[in-house]
Design a protein around this ligand. Structure first.
Ligand SMILES: NC(=O)c1ccc[n+]([C@@H]2O[C@H](COP(=O)([O-])OP(=O)(O)OC[C@H]3O[C@@H](n4cnc5c(N)ncnc54)[C@H](O)[C@@H]3O)[C@@H](O)[C@H]2O)c1
Length: 342
């Protein structure tokens, strides 16, 4: 099949591109290479197989239409995006143009030139707002939600907070509406945090990788200064390893006729949920250290607890995460150490 991956040099996109190449698909990757690590990811993709790369920007309607026409896609993964809440607050117009206009351009190009194509969009759990309408139990290491102890399903009301929440949420709704109004085979994944190799983490995105790097720095003595964390460290997320994400993406393509028009909450589920403090315990055990850090104010609109109830994805896509957090964090540490040694 022909795959078109926008944002294909990012963390998710590069892993997906290589997985598709290994499975014998034809892959076109479009990316503007704006993200830290995206050029290195492009090099890595090229080292793994023959992939067509288009240097393009999803904010440019003409470039988007051209790539959809030339790729003749059976499947589009639309992963290009402005990904950081902090950047969205500093540059809301850039955030809007990338996430809302960019998504609409891809949808329109598909409607005109590839209407039979499957279209998969990466939305976010941030479309549910801060979730402060619920009650939380605070234990020594984490928060848990009283009303949704096993996580939130897709029936929770949408509430867009922050420019990032608004832009991802608007795009999420356009994607679903293109199924409703035009009958296109579109699907939305509302992701919790994902992590794994090819993720070049920053303080604004990829928290598992970011704190793995901090832990490696403290363990090796490269940086012995304590690092900061936002809030009290008890905020909880469910985390999904990239290997499980690849299984999910394949399952989505196989099930697109049934799953089109649906949104799915996606993460590691309650079994793979952990707070920052709990991550630090895992890192301390794996590296034989005692992490040093200090607390600063919580980020605005930060959810105290987000765990995806993944039962809809399990039932409709026949998919269940396999990588647990201890093994997943170990493989993340390994990838970062190899990167540092290069
Ligand atoms: N990784 C996560 O935990 C997570 C969680 C929720 C949602 N998502 C969503 O999944 C998608 C992929 O995430 P990721 O972690 O791979 O992010 P990433 O930042 O690693 O990848 C995004 C890619 O898009 C490219 N890009 C950015 N702006 C562009 C533009 N205007 N035109 C063309 N390319 C552009 C970047 O260069 C980068 O290679 C994003 O839309 C993100 O919002 C990711």
């Amino acid at each position: 099949m022909n795959y078109l991956i926008t944002g294909g040099c990012g963390f998710l996109g590069s892993n997906l591109a290589v997985d598709c190449l290994r499975r014998g698909h034809t892959v076109t990757v479009m990316d503007n290479l704006s993200r830290l690590g995206s050029s290195a990811n492009l090099q890595w993709i090229r080292s793994q197989g023959a992939c067509r790369f288009v240097h393009g920007d999803v904010r440019n309607q003409y470039e988007v239409e051209s790539v959809v026409v030339s790729a003749e896609p059976d499947v589009i993964f639309h992963l290009a995006g402005q990904v950081a809440m902090t950047t969205s607050l500093a540059s809301p117009i850039l955030d809007f143009q990338t996430n809302v206009a960019g998504t609409l351009y891809v949808l329109e190009a598909m409607r005109k030139h590839a209407p039979k194509c499957a279209f998969i969009y990466s939305s976010t759990n941030k479309v549910y707002g801060d979730l402060e309408q619920f009650h939380y139990l605070e234990s020594h290491t984490r928060y848990d939600c009283v009303e949704h102890p096993d996580g939130f399903n897709e029936d929770v009301g949408l509430e867009f907070h922050s420019p990032y929440g608004c832009s991802k949420g608007a795009a999420d709704q356009y994607v679903l509406d293109y199924h409703r109004m035009y009958g296109l085979k579109t699907l939305v994944f509302r992701h919790s945090s994902m992590y794994g190799g090819r993720q070049f983490s920053t303080t604004d995105q990829g928290w598992i990788g970011w704190f793995c790097q901090k832990a490696i720095d403290q363990a090796s003595g490269t940086d012995s200064e304590p690092f900061s964390i936002s809030g009290n460290g008890k905020q909880v997320r469910d985390v999904l390893h990239v290997k499980d994400m690849l299984q999910l993406y394949d399952a989505a393509v196989c099930s697109i006729d049934n799953a089109a028009g649906h949104a799915f909450n996606i993460g590691g589920g309650i079994k793979n949920s952990l707070s920052l403090l709990e991550l630090f315990t895992v890192l301390n055990e794996q590296l034989g250290i005692q992490l040093r850090f200090f607390k600063i104010d919580a980020r605005k609109s930060d959810q105290r607890f987000f765990v995806a109830d993944i039962s809809k994805a399990q039932a409709m896509l026949n998919w269940t995460p396999q990588v647990d957090t201890v093994n997943g964090v170990a493989s993340m540490l390994k990838w970062i150490k190899e990167l540092n040694d290069d």
